[in-house]
Design a protein. Structure first.
Length: 156
């Protein structure tokens, strides 16, 4: 069955209809995460940039090609970015606090919504964060040497 959409996002994949026959989803462009979710649900896919995966058990056919990894015609985003105090609190907690802890504990401690797709959110954060664009940098001269600089750094 052919499911032809202009746009398919990771959020759309769970609501796609399931068929008993092999199904192919087509769109203008499919993100890597969307392709991964389609693959997990057993859908074939094809987009206009050349991303394709078609698998048929009879007559034994498998086709896979890689097209654009990024949307060649991105829409301006009106959604909030992966920034802000709650996102950074989550990131710092994941980095600084040793597991074990669960999603429920994290959401209570940081006052976060548990209906978030955590893996997707963290992938988005990692793929969009740039050390050089997000933070102010400064140049320092350590006249007393690197050991003294590192010793004095926490107090600054």
């Amino acid at each position: 069955m052919l499911i032809n959409q202009t746009e398919v996002t990771p959020r759309d994949v769970p609501s796609l209809p399931r068929f008993d026959k092999p199904s192919l989803v087509t769109a203008r462009w499919l993100s890597p995460r969307t392709r991964e979710l389609l693959r997990e649900r057993g859908f074939g896919f094809l987009d206009s940039t050349g991303n394709a995966e078609i698998a048929l058990p009879e007559p034994g056919l498998y086709i896979r090609t890689d097209g654009a990894a990024r949307d060649p015609q991105p829409k301006p985003s009106a959604s909030p970015g992966m920034r802000g105090p709650r996102v950074w609190a989550l990131l710092r907690t994941l980095i600084e606090v040793a597991p074990p802890y669960g999603v429920t504990e994290l959401s209570r401690a940081l006052d976060l919504d548990t209906d978030v797709h955590w893996e997707g959110m963290l992938r988005q954060l990692v793929s969009t964060y740039s050390v050089f664009d997000a933070d102010d940098t400064s140049t320092w001269v350590a006249s007393s040497g690197p050991d003294a600089f590192l010793r004095d750094l926490p107090g600054r």
